[in-house]
Ligand binder design. Structure first.
Ligand SMILES: [Zn+2]
Length: 457
C-alpha cells in the first residue's frame, strides 16, 4: 500500500436523499479505504468545500462533434441535415488533430466533474477508407487525449458498415472512414487494440453503430467479441422515428426486437437514446436487464423526441446519461432534463427523484462503461471525488441538498475533481492543461476552411 491521502469534505453525498456532514475519506493507491462522517479535519487532510459527489460518468460521447457546437443552429433542418455537417467535420480530422481535439474536449469534461467517458468511436480509417499503418491509430489518439485530460476512457469501438436498414453500403467520401468491411474485420482490428491499450484507466468496449449501420449478419462477431471479453456493448437505438419505420418496413420488427433476436440485449448492453419504444420494447429491455443511455440535451437539440424515462427507470437495466453531440457538456443538465422533459410530456411534476437522477449520472453511468468499481463514495471504490460549490450564483440559498445540485448547479459549479486518487481539477482549473478554452478554440479553428471559416465541403 502506497501513501494514504486523507480528504476532509465539508459535505458529501454517500447515497440516498441525504447529505452527510464533515466526511473524512481516506485513499490509498487510488481506492477509498475508509469513510467517516461527523469527523474533525486532521491538520494533514486536504479539504474539499461544497458538496462532494462520486465521479460523474459521460456514458455517450462523440468527441469530434464538439467541433459542431453552435455551428448547426442557423438553418432549419433535422437530424439528417445536422449529420451532413458532422460528416464534413469528420473528413478534416487526422490522428494528430483528433488527439488535440479529444484532449481539449475531455478536459472540458474533467472540469465538469466527469471522471469516465464512453467514447462511441467510429472514425477509424484515413480519408477514403484506407487503413493507417496502425489500423487503430485514431483509437490510440483518443486514448492519448483521455490521458492528457486525466479521465478514464471506455473506448466503445464501433462497428459501422452500412448506411441504411436495408444494408445499403456506406457512401463514398467521409463515411468510408468508418468501415471495417465486415463484423469479422472489426473484431480483428479491435482485438489488436484490446491487447495494445487496455489498462487500469482504459477499457476497450464494443459498439454496433445502429440497426442502420450494421447489417444483421455482421452483428454476431461484435456480440461474440464483447461476450468473450465481458466488455460493455453499446448501440444507438430508436433515436429517430424514421429509423423505427425503416426497420419495421425491412425486417418487420422494431430496432429493439431486431437487437433482441440478434442476441444483442443483456445486462452489459446499453441502448443509446431508446427514445421511440413500444410496450413490447420496454418489456424486452426489462426482461434482459439491458441498460439505456439518455442524451437529453442532444435529443432536444436534434428534435428527436422524449423517451420513456420513468418506465425505464422502473426496470432492471442501468439508466445512464451522455452528452453525445456535446451541444452542452454538463451532466447536471442531462440529469435534470430527464425529469423536466418528463414533466413537459405529462404536464405533471416530481416524477423522478433527484437522488435517482444523480445515481444515473454517477453509479449507473460508471457501471454502463464497465467501471463497476466506481460511482460511489464507499470503501473499495475508485477514489473519484467531485466537489460542487453550494455558494455560487446558481446554488446560493438553495441548500445543501441533492436537489440543489441536480436542479440548480451547472458544470461551472464544479470546483475540484479527483480521479483514481489523482487531482485533475483544482479550484476550477485543469491541472494538466492550462487553457482548455483556448485549446478548444484553436483545435476547432484548425478544422475550418481558411478562406470561408466554414467546414470544407
Ligand atoms: Zn451518438
Amino acid at each position: 500500500v502506497g501513501d494514504v491521502t486523507t480528504w476532509w469534505c465539508e459535505r458529501a453525498w454517500l447515497g440516498g436523499d441525504t447529505v452527510s456532514e464533515r466526511v473524512l475519506i481516506s485513499v490509498a493507491d487510488g481506492r477509498i479505504t475508509a469513510v467517516e462522517t461527523g469527523a474533525a479535519a486532521p491538520p494533514s487532510a486536504r479539504r474539499l468545500r461544497g458538496l462532494v459527489l462520486p465521479g460523474l460518468a459521460n456514458a455517450h460521447s462523440h468527441a469530434f462533434h464538439r467541433a459542431l457546437r453552435s455551428r448547426t443552429q442557423r438553418d432549419r433542418g433535422s437530424f439528417w441535415t445536422w449529420r451532413d455537417l458532422m460528416y464534413r467535420a469528420a473528413s478534416r480530422l487526422d490522428p494528430d488533430g483528433y488527439r488535440r481535439l479529444a484532449s481539449a474536449v475531455y478536459a472540458e469534461m474533467a472540469l465538469a466533474g466527469i471522471t469516465s467517458v464512453g467514447e462511441f468511436h467510429y472514425l477509424h480509417h484515413d480519408v477514403g477508407g484506407t487503413a493507417y499503418a496502425d489500423p487503430n491509430e485514431m483509437g490510440q489518439a483518443l486514448i492519448a487525449g483521455a490521458a492528457d485530460a486525466g479521465v478514464r476512457l471506455t473506448l466503445l469501438d464501433t462497428c459501422y458498415l452500412s448506411s441504411g436498414v436495408d444494408g445499403a453500403p456506406l457512401a463514398p467520401g467521409p463515411q468510408q472512414r468508418f468501415c471495417d468491411g465486415s463484423g469479422e474485420g472489426w473484431a480483428e482490428r479491435v482485438e489488436a487494440l484490446h491487447h495494445a491499450a487496455s489498462s487500469d484507466h482504459v477499457i476497450i468496449g464494443a459498439a454496433l453503430h445502429s440497426v442502420r449501420g450494421v447489417p444483421l449478419e455482421h452483428m454476431a462477431p461484435v456480440v461474440e467479441w464483447a461476450e468473450a471479453h465481458q466488455a460493455p456493448l453499446h448501440v444507438h437505438s430508436s433515436e429517430q422515428t424514421a429509423e423505427v419505420d425503416q426497420c419495421l418496413a425491412v425486417h418487420g420488427a422494431t430496432p429493439t426486437a431486431l437487437l433482441r433476436d440478434a442476441g444483442v440485449l443483456g445486462p452489459r448492453t446499453t441502448a443509446v437514446h431508446a427514445t421511440h419504444l413500444t410496450a413490447d420494447d420496454l418489456a424486452d429491455l426489462d426482461r434482459t436487464a439491458t441498460g439505456v443511455c439518455f442524451c437529453p440535451t442532444t435529443e432536444r437539440d436534434l428534435g428527436d423526441g422524449i423517451g420513456p424515462a420513468a418506465e425505464l427507470l422502473g426496470g432492471r437495466g442501468l439508466f445512464s446519461l451522455g452528452s453525445d453531440s456535446h451541444a452542452v457538456i454538463d451532466l447536471f443538465e442531462e440529469a435534470r432534463a430527464t425529469e423536466l422533459d418528463e414533466r413537459l410530456a405529462r404536464r405533471e411534476r416530481g416524477i423522478i427523484a433527484a437522488e435517482r437522477l444523480l445515481g444515473a449520472a454517477t453509479l449507473d453511468g460508471q457501471h454502463a462503461l464497465g467501471w463497476t468499481d466506481a460511482g460511489t463514495l464507499g470503501v473499495g471504490a475508485r477514489a473519484d471525488l467531485v466537489a460542487v460549490d453550494l455558494e455560487s450564483l446558481r446554488t446560493a440559498g438553495g441548500g445543501a441538498t441533492v436537489a440543489n445540485v441536480v436542479f440548480a448547479a451547472t458544470a461551472a459549479d464544479v470546483t475540484d475533481v479527483v480521479v483514481d486518487g489523482r487531482v485533475v481539477v483544482a479550484d476550477r482549473r485543469h491541472v494538466g492543461i492550462d487553457d482548455v478554452a483556448g485549446r478548444l478554440g484553436a483545435t476547432i479553428a484548425a478544422l475550418m476552411d481558411e478562406r470561408t471559416g466554414e467546414y470544407a465541403r
